[in-house]
Design a binder for this molecule. Structure first.
Ligand SMILES: N[C@@H](CCC(=O)N[C@@H](CS)C(=O)NCC(=O)O)C(=O)O
Length: 211
């Protein structure tokens, strides 16, 4: 038995899938339609997470973990890949948590929550998009001379930031001009495991929405 990730294609649970793939952590995937909350194989996400949100993970024990940041931390702790997992006694662990929290609060919730909210006016969405440059500058400065957020190797924090760039174009937030960040984005999106997951999610997204 392996843990099961409740997964809506292309949403933030893709960050969890990316972390699992890069960390070589096996996960069962339960696909769902995020709009209806219905699983492809039947049942409702509401029965597992009353907020009807992903990322939601069910462990072998039956215990449920919600919140993408926590799911990412759990996944990375299961990894046997020494260059992927960061242990709590390593100072890099807290840098990993820092960047995961940054992605969750400053990018995901701060920006995507509004620009993908159908009821938000265009003026409000543009005002929110204006927050992006300051955050991109911070990332761009940090990534100068660093191939990954934590330095030399891919971590769960990179999984979250990479997912942001899967949807950034659709959200009309453009990092052009932040050269370190653009190179980072291109490198991450070109990693074979990540490319395959995005492609498979695009296909699955079409299938689920066509039903
Ligand atoms: N607090 C949750 C929120 C995650 C979240 O916003 N997930 C979105 C998909 S990217 C979602 O499930 N939206 C459906 C909804 O809110 O009804 C977390 O940090 O994981």
């Amino acid at each position: 038995m392996t843990a099961t990730l409740m997964h809506a294609p292309l949403t933030c649970s893709l960050a969890s899938r990316i972390a699992a793939a890069e960390g070589d952590v096996p996960l069962e995937i339960a696909y769902l339609n995020l709009k209806t909350k219905e699983f492809v194989d039947g049942g409702s996400l509401y029965d597992i997470n009353p907020l009807g949100q992903v990322s939601t993970l069910r462990l072998d024990s039956g215990e449920i973990i919600t919140e993408t940041s926590t799911v990412l931390a759990w996944i990375q702790a299961q990894s046997q890949k020494a260059d992927f997992r960061r242990d709590p006694n390593d100072p890099a662990y807290f840098q990993m948590l820092r960047w995961i929290a940054f992605c969750a609060t400053e990018l995901h919730k701060q920006i995507f929550r509004i620009v993908f909210y159908p009821e938000a006016t265009d003026a409000v969405k543009d005002r929110i998009r204006d927050l992006a440059p300051q955050r991109f500058k911070l990332l761009d400065d940090h990534l100068a001379g660093r191939p990954f957020l934590l330095g030399d190797s891919f971590s769960a924090a990179d999984a979250y930031l990479t997912w942001f760039f899967v949807l950034a174009e659709r959200a009309q937030v453009d990092p052009t001009g932040y050269d370190n960040l653009c190179c980072y984005r291109d490198r991450m999106l070109d990693r074979p495991l990540i490319r395959d997951l995005i492609e498979s999610d695009r296909e699955m997204d079409r299938v689920i929405k066509a039903v």
